[in-house]
Design a protein around this ligand. Structure first.
Ligand code: GLN
Ligand code: ZN
Length: 756
């Protein structure tokens, strides 16, 4: 029978035990021994859970206290000099992860960025030319010993050297891949150690093999594996998140004993993989979706397994989830309050392992497994036609969309003129990005409301008071375009999901975002409809309190899509169009309520970019179209803003311009306005609010500092197009620092305005 394995398991724990243990340790409420004990308990619990769910072999060293890329850097001693003075290894580790500003040290953390196209963030190793590596730890060996002692068949997991280097950055501009020859001997030493410890197989992850690779990276793969394969444990080269594509021949020629491929993202690659696979190599089939929460459809998965089995037989075939299960919650059984029909369609990590088991058993002829697959087929069919999933009105509206729905009724110049007449704003108008501080009192009121201790009217009263306070503060500060402050929102996606049909929410469906931080993405399971306005009452209330314009605040369709678990029975772009139509209706209702400025946030537009460049244009096409559907119904005198808080616009500037927003606010303070380059080169025609201060830090910059940043912006942009705002929303800050910073911001704008 085929072996059932998995590439990795969530670390955080069913009840986020790791989060709690980490945060207690950081607060000084527990010690290293207690943290290590929690970690050990979780590892054992997860191995047992995986085995009991049906895994023949469990992964080890997939666990991490914070991040597996950081673990790899530390394991091979790639620790930047500045951290070493801390001495204690755990202190060094957490300083690299989160910074360390105590005891006379002021050490910023390593940079953090997204792991491929997931919402998991890894720490970017910081390397330099001439870097030396050595095997500086024994975590993989110790965990292997631990698992075996507990009676598990275990397979160590390592991040491969080429992906590790490609995910790293250098401080001196040298190419990380130049360090390959220095790094490989340390890997060799580790593999030898694992071999001596009795590891038969080692899984070595090279997700970079699904990316566009240049010749240097391809050569690096060949060189690395020529040095690592052969003696020692057998290597399973794991690829995931996409098709091997033009890297297939390279991957198949590497002297490794096995290959894992992602057949959920790229089912079409199976035949090519089977043809390219060397005669004795093992194939690990990723047929159960490790990135999403839907139960596997046997009619998709089973034919793939059967085809592979016909070619390879049982011994050379393994069944696994498509990638590490890090990206899904742990156990659906925790969801005792989820609607049973919907619950029947889902599978979390534990259930996904069981699905692999069931597929392996079914192809081997097990009657129980076959019956289970038949039952699953019935559920899949029922899901397809369930009333909560299929809303003909939503389908018809999307089908009726034409090109005209994506166009504002007037061009940018006309709109600019009408909006100038309507709002009469000064040059360099000041505004904020939307949210104001979520105070402890506000959070307490929300918790009380959720728990039923505060009734709807009481909660609404708290929110109305909070909004009134935000309006008073903004008027006193002298801001030009006000916001209501988003007091009613816990999360910018959840808030909208909760009011739209087609979404469901879990209680324990946590997924690690970074370190101890977890998110609980909504489940977008059905056609989207908006039963009632979502934000209008709050915006209307805010506008009733002031004569200045209040900006309505919506989360854009692409961002809602990107930060949810999205149904897999409809193309993403079709789902996104449904979201866009719901938002279009909301924009219309805001206008009807007298709101003249509406911001549609799209902070996740960029992270939705596909991993392969060739797929970018198609994505950007529909993503831009969806934004324009949301905004396109607005009258010419209604000013549409958008907001994106990230760093890199060069390669998407055309798409950003094509959104046809009247004003965009972006993050620029940390790059000292360098980010404007893309907009300047493109001659971006609309309004731009380059963020003048970094909201991620409690530091309050003075007016001169913000003025200096604005002066830089004014050198390269038309003063008539410049807006003045912070980098992002202020919900994580406290009121005193917000008021101080915004007072400086308004002062800086006024000084410059007077000089124009
Ligand atoms: N309007 C949102 C806020 O101010 C935008 C948040 C974001 O860009 N992530 O909080
Ligand atoms: Zn932002």
């Amino acid at each position: 029978m085929s072996t059932v394995t998995l590439l990795g398991f969530p670390r955080i724990g069913r009840r986020r035990e790791l989060k709690k243990a980490l945060e207690a340790y950081w607060r000084g409420e527990s010690d290293a021994a207690a943290l290590a004990e929690t970690a050990r308990t979780l590892r054992h619990r997860h191995w047992t859970l995986a085995r009991d769910a049906g895994a023949d072999v469990v992964p080890v060293n997939d666990f991490s206290l914070y991040d597996h890329v950081l673990d790899t850097a530390v394991l091979f001693d790639a620790v930047p000099e500045r951290y070493r003075a801390l001495g204690d290894p755990l202190a060094i580790y957490f300083a690299m992860a989160r910074g360390h500003a105590r005891d006379g040290h002021d050490l910023p953390a390593l940079e953090m960025t997204k792991w491929f196209d997931t919402n998991y963030h890894y720490l970017v190793p910081e390397l330099h030319a001439g870097q030396r590596f050595r095997l500086a730890g024994d975590a993989p060996l110790a965990q292997l010993r631990e698992a075996r002692a507990a009676g598990h068949a275990a397979r160590p997991v390592l991040l491969g050297p080429v992906s590790f280097l490609l995910l790293s950055k250098t401080v001196d501009g040298s190419a990380p891949l130049d360090l390959l020859d220095a790094l490989v001997p340390a890997y060799r030493a580790l593999l030898d150690g694992l071999h001596a410890e009795g590891a038969e197989w080692v899984q070595i992850d090279e997700p970079c093999l699904v990316l566009d690779l240049d010749p240097a990276a391809r050569a690096a793969c060949a060189r690395a594996y020529a040095a690592l394969a052969g003696t020692g444990p057998r290597l399973l080269l794991a690829t995931y998140f996409g098709a091997l594509g033009d890297n297939l021949d390279l991957a198949a020629r590497l002297p490794v004993a096995g290959l894992h491929v992602d057949l959920v993202r790229a089912p079409g690659q199976l035949d090519a993989v089977l043809n390219a696979l060397p005669p004795s190599a093992t194939l690990s089939l990723g047929v159960v979706d490790g990135r999403n929460v839907w139960a596997a459809d046997p009619d998709r998965a089973l034919p793939l397994v059967e085809r592979a089995r016909a070619r390879l037989g049982d011994d050379r075939l393994w069944i696994a989830p498509s990638c590490s299960l890090l990206h899904v919650p742990i156990d659906l059984d925790e969801e005792t309050r989820l609607d049973p029909e919907l619950k029947g369609w889902l599978a979390f990590a534990r259930q996904k392992i069981a699905e692999c088991r069931c597929l392996a058993d079914a192809v081997a002829g097990d009657l129980g497994a076959r019956a289970a697959l038949d039952h699953r087929r019935a559920l899949v069919a029922q899901r397809r036609s369930a009333a909560r999933v299929l809303r003909p009105e939503a389908r018809e509206r999307v089908a009726a969309l034409d090109a005209a729905s994506t166009w504002r009724s007037a061009d940018l110049d006309t709109r600019r003129r009408l909006q100038a007449e309507r709002f009469g704003l000064p040059l360099l108008p000041t505004t904020t990005i939307g949210s104001f501080p979520q105070t402890p009192a506000l959070r307490a009121a929300r918790a009380a409301h959720r728990a039923g201790r505060l009734d709807d009217a009481g909660y609404a009263g708290v929110l109305r008071d909070e909004i009134a306070h935000a309006i008073r503060v903004q008027e006193a500060l002298g801001l030009d375009v006000l916001v209501h402050g988003e007091a009613e929102r816990n999360d910018m996606v959840e808030y909208f999901g909760e009011q739209l049909d087609g979404f469901a929410f879990t209680r324990q469906g946590w997924v690690q975002s970074y370190g101890s931080r977890c998110v609980k993405p909504p489940i977008l399971f059905g056609d989207v409809a908006r039963p009632a306005p979502m934000t209008v009452a709050w915006s209307r209330h805010a506008q009733s309190l002031t004569a200045r314009p209040v900006k309505g605040m919506l989360t854009g369709p692409v961002t809602v899509l990107q930060w949810s678990f999205v149904r897999d029975d409809l193309p993403r772009e079709a789902v996104c169009r449904q979201l866009a139509l719901a938002l279009r209706d909301e924009v219309g209702d805001l206008e009807a309520a007298g709101i003249g400025i509406v911001q549609i946030d799209e902070p996740a537009l960029r992270e939705g970019l596909p991993l392969r460049r060739a797929d970018w244009p198609a994505y950007l096409d529909w993503a831009v179209a969806c934004f324009r559907i949301a905004a396109g119904g607005a009258a010419p005198a209604t000013q549409i803003h958008t907001h994106m808080c990230y760093a890199e616009f060069n390669d998407i500037i055309e798409a950003v311009a094509a959104l046809d927003a009247d004003v965009i606010s972006i993050e620029t303070s940390r790059s000292r306005m360098q980010l404007l380059d893309a907009f300047v080169r493109f001659r971006y025609p609309a309004g731009i609010g380059p963020g003048v201060y970094d909201i991620h830090s409690p530091r309050v910059p003075d007016a001169a500092e913000m003025q200096a940043l604005l002066e830089r912006a004014l050198e390269v942009l038309d003063p008539a197009q410049v807006w003045v705002n912070p980098d992002c929303g202020l919900k994580t800050r406290g009121w005193p620092e917000v008021e101080a910073a915004l007072a400086h911001m308004v002062a800086a704008a006024r000084t410059l305005r007077a000089a124009l």
